[in-house]
Write a protein that binds this ligand. Structure first.
Ligand SMILES: *[C@@H]1O[C@H](CO)[C@@H](O)[C@H](O)[C@H]1NC(C)=O
Ligand SMILES: *[C@@H]1O[C@H](CO)[C@@H](O)[C@H](O)[C@H]1NC(C)=O
Ligand SMILES: *[C@@H]1O[C@H](CO)[C@@H](O)[C@H](O)[C@H]1NC(C)=O
Length: 225
C-alpha cells in the first residue's frame, strides 16, 4: 500500500518524458545521418539541412550541408568567436552523457569558414530569464584541433562545412569513444541583406516557444556504436 502510494506520488511529480529524436553514430568512415526541413518555432517548411557524423580515435567528425541557400550572407569583418549567429550559420550543441545538460559545447560555422566555439553554462537548461547564462570561449581552436573546412557552391545554393571536434573536450580518451552516449541538437540560421537582422531558423529537434536554441531537454540522444 505504502509502496503504491509512493509510486503514484513519484509518477505524478515526474513530467512526461519528452520524446527526443535519436541517432546511432558509427566509427568513421561510416556515418550516421540526419536531416531536417522544419522551421523553429513554427514548423514551417525550411530548406533541407543535413548532418553526417562519425567518430575516430580522437575526434567527432561532423559534416553540415545546407541546401537551398540563397544569400550566403555573412559579416566579412567577423573572425573566430565573433557573433556569427547574427548572420548565416550552421551549429551544433554537444554534451556527453544522457541527462539534459547544464554545460555543453556550442560550435558554429559560417559560409566564409569563420567559427564560433564556446562552452555554455546554462543551469536553468532553458536559458530562463534571470538565470545565469555564461560563455567560456575556446580561445585557440586550431591549436586544439577544433577545425572546419568549408565549401560554397553558390550556383547550386549549397554550402558544406566539415568540422573536427576533439573527443578530449568531453573527457573521452583516445580510442574510447565506442559506446559513449551524448546529447546534441543541430541548427541552421538563414538571413539576407534585405531582411537583416531578422532570421529564419531550423533545427533537428525544434525547440518550442519563441526561438531559443538553448533548451537542453530538446537535445536528441546520440550513441556512438
Ligand atoms: C530546394 O532546391 C531544389 C533544387 O534546386 C528545389 O527542387 C526545391 O524546390 C528547393 N526547396 C526549397 C524549400 O526551396
Ligand atoms: C566591416 O568593416 C568595414 C570597415 O570598418 C565597414 O565599413 C563595414 O560596414 C563592416 N561590415 C559590416 C557588415 O559590418
Ligand atoms: C577553414 O578554417 C580551417 C581551420 O578551422 C582551415 O584549416 C581551412 O583551411 C580553412 N579554409 C577552408 C576553405 O575551409
Amino acid at each position: 500500500m505504502l509502496l503504491t502510494t509512493i509510486l503514484v506520488a513519484a509518477a505524478a511529480s515526474v513530467p512526461a518524458l519528452a520524446a527526443v529524436p535519436s541517432l546511432h553514430v558509427p566509427a568513421c568512415p561510416a556515418k550516421g545521418s540526419i536531416s531536417y526541413d522544419k522551421s523553429v518555432p513554427d514548423l514551417a517548411p525550411f530548406p533541407r539541412t543535413q548532418v553526417d557524423l562519425c567518430y575516430d580515435k580522437s575526434a567527432i567528425h561532423i559534416t553540415f550541408t545546407a541546401h537551398n541557400e540563397t544569400n550566403f550572407f555573412v559579416n566579412p569583418n567577423f573572425t573566430t568567436n565573433d557573433p556569427i549567429f547574427e548572420f548565416t550559420a550552421m551549429e551544433t550543441f554537444i554534451s556527453r552523457g544522457t541527462n539534459d545538460p547544464q554545460t555543453y559545447l556550442e560550435f558554429e560555422v559560417a559560409p566564409n569558414n569563420v567559427t564560433f566555439q564556446a562552452f555554455i553554462y546554462n543551469p536553468s537548461k532553458v536559458r530562463a530569464a534571470g538565470a545565469p547564462f555564461d560563455t567560456f570561449f575556446v580561445a585557440t581552436p586550431i591549436v586544439d584541433g577544433l577545425t572546419a573546412v568549408t565549401t560554397v557552391d553558390k550556383p547550386k545554393g549549397l554550402w558544406t562545412s566539415s568540422a573536427r571536434i576533439p573527443l578530449g573536450f568531453f573527457n573521452v580518451d583516445d580510442g574510447q569513444a565506442k559506446g559513449t552516449r551524448w546529447r546534441m541538437n543541430f541548427f541552421r540560421i538563414i538571413t539576407a541583406p534585405s531582411t537583416f537582422p531578422a532570421q529564419f531558423y531550423g533545427a533537428w529537434n525544434p525547440t518550442p516557444g519563441p526561438a531559443n536554441f538553448h533548451q537542453t531537454p530538446e537535445f536528441g540522444d546520440i550513441t556512438f556504436v
